[in-house]
Design a protein around this ligand. Sequence first.
Ligand SMILES: *Cc1c(COP(=O)(O)O)cnc(C)c1O
Length: 467
Amino acid sequence: MTPPPGRRQSPALRGALLEDAAQRAARYLDSLATRPVAPPAAAVARLDVLDTSMPAAPSDAAEVLARLDDIVSPATMAMAGPRFFGFVIGGALPATVAANWLATAWDQNAALATATPGVSRVEAIALAWLKDVLGLPASTQGAFVTGATMANFTALAAARHRVLLQAGWQVEAEGLFGAPPITVIVGEEAHPTLIKSLGLLGLGRKRILRVPVDGQGRMRADRLPRMAGPTILCLQAGNLNTGAFDPLSDLCTAAHEAGAWCHVDGAFGLWARASGRLAPLAAGIELADSWATDAHKWLNVPYDSGMAFVREPGVLPAAMAITAEYLPAGDGARNPADFTPELSRRARGIEVWAALATLGRSGLAEMLDRNCRGARRFAAGLAAAGYEVLNDVVLNQVLVSFGAPEVTERVVEAVQADGTCWCGRTVWQGRTALRISVCSWATTDEDVEMSLAAILRVADRVTASVR
Ligand SMILES: *Cc1c(COP(=O)(O)O)cnc(C)c1O
C-alpha cells in the first residue's frame, strides 16, 4: 500500500490510513469502560515482539499502525478511562482528542505568528479565555508549555529576571556569576518538580528556604522568614496529596510588603477558580505575580499541556524572547516564541481552546464540582466502613489508611490487581495511604459507586486476612 519512495501517496490511501486510525482509536476508547484499568502482565510481556533490530527497508503504513494497535493498545494503562484515580491526572475530552488530530494534520510550527496565523490567533484567544475563567488580572501574559514543571520554570525565569533587574542586574545578559543572591522561599510540601525548576534556573536546590507546613500541608504564614533584597516566594494551590491550598492572600500580601515576587504553583488547584463553589479555596490567588498550571490534569486535554502566566506585561518576554533586547511588537501582534522556552513547538493551545469552547463556563464548573463530589463520596463511604481518611477533603483528593503501613500497601496492590479502578500509594506525613484523585471528565457518579464498592470489597478481604 505504501507508494515507492519519492512517489506521492494517493489521497484514497491516505484517507484510508487516517480512517483506520480513527476506528482503532474509537474501539480502544470504547473498551475502557469494561477492561481492567491496569494492563495485564501478559500484554506488557508481549511488547517484546516490537523489540527487533532497526528495519532495513520501508514497511506499509497500514501494517505498522495495525502492529502498534495490536501490541501496544492492550499494554496501556486506561488513563483515558472513567475509573483511573492515580497521580492527579485526567483523561482527554473527546473534543480535545479530535482537535489534536486536526492540529496534527495541520502540522503547524507555532513559533511565529506571521508563518502560522491561524494557530497563533487561536492560542491568543485561548489565553484570553483562560485569564477570564481563572480570574487572572487583565494585564497578565501567558505561554503554552508542556506541563506544570515547565510552567513553573517559565514563570520563575520571569521572576528571576524581575527581582534581579530591581537590584540593577540583567540576568539574561550577565548570567548568575556575580549576581546579587536571590532568596527563594518554598513550603515544605512544594512539589518536587518546582524544586527541580529552581535548580534548572541556577537558584540552587539546596539554597532554598523551606517553610514548615500544617497538618494539611499548608505553608504556615507565622513561620515565614524575614524577606529582604531580591526574593521569590513560591506558594502552592492544590497539594498533590491533600488538595489543600496555602493561605494565599496572607502570604501574597506579606511578600509584596517586603518587595518580593510571589509565584503560585497551581498545577491543578488553579482550576478551583473556575467553579463558584470551589473558588473561595483559592481566594487571593489573583494577588500573585505569576502562576503555573496544567491543562493535561484538570482541563482534560491530551498530553502534554500546561500554561505559565505572568502579571506584569513585558516581564515574561524579557526572560524568554530570543533576541537579547525584547521589543514589544508595536502592532500588538503576539509572537508565541517570545513567551516560551522553545522556538519550534506544536500548537498545544488548540486543544485548550477546544476544551473551553465545548465545555463553556458552566460545563467546566460542572466537571470540577462533579469530581469533587466524587472525592467526598469516596471519603464518606470509606469512613463509614471504619477506614481512616487522613485529609480534609476540600478538593478532589482523598487519602485513606487501612491500618498498619503493610496492610494499606496490600490493599493498594489488591485494588490495582482487581482492575475495577486504579489508585496509587503515597506516604502522607509519615502515614502510608491509598490516594484517590478524581479529575477525569469521564468519571460519573456511577463510576464512583462502582469503584468505592470495589475498594471496600478488596479492603475488607485484606484486613480480614490479617486479623
Ligand atoms: C503535577 C504537578 C506538577 C508537575 O506537573 P507536570 O505537568 O507533571 O510537569 C507540579 N506541581 C504540582 C502541584 C503538581 O500537582
